[in-house]
Every structure is written in C-alpha cells, then in structure tokens.
Design a protein around this ligand. Structure first.
Ligand SMILES: Nc1ncnc2c1ncn2[C@@H]1O[C@H](COP(=O)(O)OP(=O)(O)OP(=O)(O)O)[C@@H](O)[C@H]1O
Ligand SMILES: [Mg+2]
Length: 364
C-alpha cells in the first residue's frame, strides 16, 4: 500500500493530468486505486465527470453540519479506480483548520483506516503551499513533483522542499520525492537541452518516463474521462502507462535511492543560478477601467491564480492597475471585479480554458 501526493505550487504544470491518468493506469495494472481530489478547483472531479453533493470537505471539516465519512463520498470511476471528489467548498477548510491543534494531520487521520482497502492512494494537490498541501504531504509516503522542461519550471521547488523538511522536523515524518518531466515537446531543441540538464542534476530522482505534450490528454479531460478510456493507443496513454509500470516495478526493488532533501534543494538552486541570470525580468502593467468597482483583482499563471492581497489592483483616476515583474513566458490571466471573473477587454489575445471561458494571454 502506497500513498503518493502529486504536488507543485506552480499552477497548470500537469498535477491533475498526472494524478488522474496515473490512477487510471495503475488500475489497468490490476491495482486498486483511490484518487483523493484535494484541490478546491476540483479539476480531477470535474475532469472525470463526477457529480456529488458531498465531497472531501464534508469528511475533513469539523464545523460542517453535513458531516460525512470517507466511505460515504467515494465513487467508482472505473474498475479498480475510485475517487474521493472535491468541491469549491473545500476552500473554506484552510481557514477552519487554521486555529486547530493537529491541523496538519487531519487527512492522515482520515485515510489511515483505508490503508488496507487500496494498493495506492493518490492525492491531487492544489497549486499552493497552504494547509491542504501540508495535509497531503503529512499523509503521504511519496511525492511526485511534475515539472515542465523549461528553465523556470523548477523555480519554487525549493520552497516545496522547505515544507517537506519542516514536516520532517516538526512531525517526524519522512517523505520521498521524485521529479516527473511532463509536457515534453520533442520538436524543440531546447527541450533536449533542458532534459540533459535536469537528468545530470537529479539523476535517479527523475523518473525514466517522460510525459510528452499530447493534445489527447487535454481532450480526454474536456470529455470528462481519463486517457485510457479516451484513446488507449495515443502517446499520452503510453506515457502514463509507462509511468505506472515504473512505479510498480520500483516497489519490487528495495534499492530506492534516498537523498536528503537539503542536497536536492542545493542542486536545484545551482541549476537556477546557472540559468536565470541570462533572463531579465520585464515590468508589465495591467490596466482595467472600472471606476465604480469596489475591488478588482488580477489573477493568473504569474500568481498561481491566488485571490488575495497580492493580486488586488490599485485604483487611480477611475482605472485599476497592477505592476508586475515577469520572467519571459506565456501567462494566462483574468480580472475579478467584485466577484465577477472577466477577460481583459483591451487585450485581443485570448485562449479558451477547460471550462469554456476565455483567459486573456500575455507573452513576455
Ligand atoms: N502532457 C500534456 N500534453 C498536453 N496538455 C497537457 C499535458 N499535461 C497537461 N496538459 C493540459 O494542461 C492544462 C493544465 O494541466 P493540469 O490541470 O494537469 O495542471 P495542474 O498542475 O493540475 O493545474 P492546477 O495547478 O490548476 O491544479 C490542462 O488543460 C491539461 O489538459
Ligand atoms: Mg490541478
């Protein structure tokens, strides 16, 4: 029985795609799998077309009048593949837990009785390092960190490792972690340069399996299913199946290489230092005209879509503005005006998101 969290505070780096399709692939290897959707965005739940009035919030919250047991919310996705769904209400849990003793261990306490029911429990984490991710790390034996083959993808992994170290020190809980290269575009020479770099740096901390860019993975999600159901023979299916084999075979070997978190963090920082000075930060100013609005936020890939003080815009002469320093890259974003999510009316560059809405795009 193994518990594996898929975590990275960077938004949109393939966590949910990995959690859902790895779960389906492990299940197709005759392993009994439970996927816990621990993200209030509920992308795994929605992406598998699961509908439920009760979700993991009802299990983990002590304050809700609608308390449920884990067994009561679990639904079957496919043979051997169950899910504990999530919902937006889960976003209230962080605040509820904040003042409680043992707040980091709520999920661990909840799933500990389920250890014997499954071969694997996978946990899909939200894109931040808040209490939900901390609960996932506490509950887990292993973490898969999906990263893209880009120079900026590993920015922030040091922080994730700090949290893992903190949990080890405070709660005496040791977690193994591995890096999975995802969204690999074999048409780009740059991808191979990055692959060499990441390989030589992280060695056996990196899965041999590489997940390639494959539009079928997106299409499967938009069609409410996993990749093995959608197109069994596509590249995405092969990649996630190969990952599942690697994870299963690993179990049979007892020579798993353990490397202290500090050493890995040091290596990451070295790569970052080598790579980042070549790029300059570009100052960008986003504007939104809404003189009567009470509050306007700008959220996007650059701030992990986090709606908080840091994404609040400043009102000046009837126009809301926000200055940011960004690394080169392509960023999706939207404005949130008094609770209403809107595109940037002054930016013609847009892309559809999995929910059928338009995100505005900015390219640096
Ligand atoms: N290998 C891939 N090839 C093509 N598209 C991909 C691939 N992996 C993920 N995607 C797409 O990229 C988008 C983001 O992926 P995903 O939702 O898995 O990221 P995430 O890390 O879970 O995001 P969040 O941080 O919001 O939870 C999705 O639309 C998904 O379908
Ligand atoms: Mg996700």
């Amino acid at each position: 029985m193994r518990i594996i969290a898929i975590a990275n505070q960077k938004g949109g780096c393939g966590k949910t795609t990995t959690a859902v399709n790895l779960a389906a692939s492990l299940a197709s290897n005759n392993k009994k799998v439970l996927l816990i959707d621990l993200d209030p965005q509920a992308h795994a739940t929605l992406g598998l077309n699961i509908k439920s009035d009760f979700n993991i919030y009802n299990v983990l919250s002590k304050l809700t009048p609608n308390k449920a047991k884990l067994a009561e919310i679990i639904q079957e996705v496919d043979a051997n593949f169950d899910i504990a769904p999530s919902g937006i209400v889960l976003s209230a849990l962080e605040q509820e837990l904040a003042g409680e003793i043992g707040r980091e261990s709520r999920l661990w306490e909840t799933i500990t009785d389920f250890r014997n029911n499954y071969d694997f429990i996978l946990i899909d984490c939200p894109p931040n390092l808040g209490l939900l991710t901390i609960n996932a790390i506490r509950a887990t034996d292993e973490i898969i960190i999906p990263v893209e083959a880009s120079k900026f993808a590993i920015v922030g992994i040091g922080q994730l490792i700090d949290i893992i170290n903190l949990i080890r020190e405070r709660l005496n809980h040791i977690v193994e972690y591995r890096i999975l290269l995802v969204n690999f575009d074999s048409r780009l020479r740059h991808s191979f340069t990055m692959l060499d770099k990441i390989k030589s740096t992280f060695k056996n901390k990196l899965f041999s399996t590489i997940v390639h860019v494959n539009v079928k993975l997106k299409e499967a999600q938009n069609n409410g299913t996993h990749i093995l159901n959608f197109d069994k023979y596509c590249r995405g299916s092969k990649d996630y199946f190969s990952l599942s084999r690697e994870i299963i075979i690993e179990e049979e070997k007892d020579d798993k290489i353990k490397e202290p978190a500090d050493a890995l963090k040091e290596k990451m920082e070295k790569v970052l230092k080598e790579e980042l000075p070549k790029f300059k930060l570009t100052e960008v100013s986003l504007l939104f005209a809404a003189p009567d609005a009470k509050q306007v936020y700008v959220v996007g890939d650059f701030n992990n879509w986090k709606l908080d003080e840091s994404s609040l815009m400043n009102l000046e002469n009837g126009s809301w503005s926000k200055k940011m320093s960004l690394l080169p890259g392509r960023y999706r974003y939207r404005f949130v005006m008094d609770g209403q999510w809107l595109e940037d009316p002054n930016n013609p560059s847009k892309a559809i998101n999995p929910y059928g809405q338009m995100d505005s795009l900015i390219e640096i």
